[in-house]
Design a protein around this ligand. Structure first.
Ligand code: FES
Length: 107
């Protein structure tokens, strides 16, 4: 992927999964119009899962464009992602198959 792209990583360590990090993956895919398991070269923001970020008690935790964010609500998380998107592309594209997060996580 291009080094100019913004990257969002969502912790899928045990504690964050218990604190609904799957919902954050789905929210990121929807907000950034991408799929974590199948990124496209056309994506403006890359969404990835990651292992434990080391702040388990504060989760769900994310890494947004290199900055660790702990305990954001879904609304706060989506707002931060909207700020990463180019203004003219925010929520304009659609991708199919956003329901496959469990396949991605293999659980
Ligand atoms: S499990 Fe997510 S920070 Fe440790």
């Amino acid at each position: 992927m291009s080094e100019n792209k913004k990257v969002v990583k969502i912790c899928c360590g045990r504690h964050c999964l218990e604190n609904f990090s799957r919902d954050y993956i789905k929210a990121a895919e929807k907000t950034c119009c991408t799929r974590a398991d199948r990124p496209s070269p056309k994506d403006d923001v890359i969404v990835e899962t990651t292992g434990c970020l080391g702040f388990c008690g504060l989760g769900p935790n994310t890494l947004i464009d290199g900055k660790i964010e702990t305990g954001l609500s879904i609304n706060e998380f989506e707002e931060k992602l909207r700020n990463l998107m180019p203004k003219n592309k925010e929520n304009k594209k659609e991708r199919n198959g956003l329901e496959s997060i469990d396949d991605l996580l293999n659980i």
